[in-house]
Design a protein around this ligand. Structure first.
Ligand code: ASP
Length: 325
């Protein structure tokens, strides 16, 4: 008798999980992008949200909530109902560098989220306005050192990828430019194209079209090997700067407490999106590096967040000792 009721309970449980998963989602899902539309995080979010929506049978609606280097949108999304209807595209800044730069950050990247999965890694490129006097990285370095605080360095807010990788570059070069914050590197790029700011370090996906169109100058990509998306662009090492190698990443998170069954549904949709031929082609063309199967799990993302928070704490403690805040 006992055996039968245990069996009944086991059957009920094994039916309950897939049935629950099948009922989610029943309405549109909001994906918070913590920067202005048109920038790198927004670009990646829109590329993966489209095939994810198809898999889920419900629309993923992108909501741009910009401010404070991405921490405004992530703070807001972190306290949303953990029901799978609010998710977010976080990145190396919001979930890696920010804790090192905000003493009163309202979330803990390693504790306050249910990681869904890594979407893409994005190499960093040093870019400048088309009218910039330098024609290569060595000339750029000489210019930045000579210019001092007359040099204008754009970024997407304290703790963002462009800010943290940018002040790292400035600290390596020993320069102290004037830092100009934007709500995202989409608007920063627009101002750079019209010559209002001099340079920035940004994620490749935001830059490939403009570099190819010649509307901005690119000096080097901060990776060990060149990108197939920009084969003519030298690495920092090739261009004469040995110690500046840095890459960002963008990943989907849900608020802490989101049921694992829902996280599994979202992860499955993300994994399928990364294998979707159109999405993949677009990501490849823009130079994003798509993770392999082992890098796409929630557990792999949790590990990445923990190691990035530790790494950027060390890196930025050193960098902020020389760079301006
Ligand atoms: N994610 C970019 C950054 O951190 C900004 C953006 O996506 O617009 O610099």
């Amino acid at each position: 008798m006992k055996k039968t009721s245990m069996l009944a309970a086991a059957v009920a449980v094994s039916i309950a999980v897939p049935a629950f998963a099948q009922t989610y989602p029943t309405k549109p899902i909001t994906m918070v992008v913590p920067f202005a539309a048109g920038g790198p995080t927004d670009i990646i979010a829109r590329i993966v949200a489209e095939p994810m929506s198809r898999t889920l049978g419900r629309q993923i609606v992108i909501e741009n909530v910009a401010g404070a280097g991405g921490t405004t949108g992530i703070t807001r999304a972190s306290v949303a109902a953990p029901d799978g209807y609010t998710i977010m595209m976080g990145h190396m800044g919001t979930h890696g560098a920010a804790p090192a730069l905000y003493l009163k950050l309202k979330y803990d990247p390693a504790r306050d989220f249910a990681p869904v999965g890594l979407a893409a890694e994005t190499p960093i490129i040093i870019v400048a306005s088309k009218t910039h006097p330098a024609n290569d990285l060595k000339e750029f370095i000489a210019w930045a050192r000579a210019e001092g605080d007359k040099a204008n360095h754009a970024h997407a807010g304290v703790g963002s990828v462009s800010h943290s990788t940018g002040i790292l570059l400035d600290s390596i070069l020993g320069t102290r430019p004037t830092l100009i914050p934007y709500t995202g590197t989409g608007p920063a790029l627009n101002d750079m194209m019209s010559g209002q700011v001099d340079y920035m370090t940004d994620q490749i996906v935001n830059l490939v079209s403009q570099i190819n169109a010649g509307t901005i100058k690119a000096f080097a990509i901060a990776t060990r090997v060149r990108s197939a998306a920009l084969p003519g662009l030298p690495t920092t090492r090739e261009a004469g700067l040995d110690n500046y190698e840095v890459s960002a990443w963008n990943a989907i998170f849900a608020p802490k407490g989101t049921p694992p069954e829902i996280v599994a549904v979202l992860n499955d949709a993300l994994v399928k999106a990364l294998d979707d031929p159109d999405a993949r082609k677009r990501l490849d063309e823009l130079g994003a590096v798509v993770p392999d199967a082992t890098g796409r799990t929630p557990a792999a993302l949790q590990k990445l967040v923990e190691s990035e928070v530790a790494r950027w704490k060390t890196v930025l403690t050193q960098a902020t000792a020389t760079a301006k805040p």
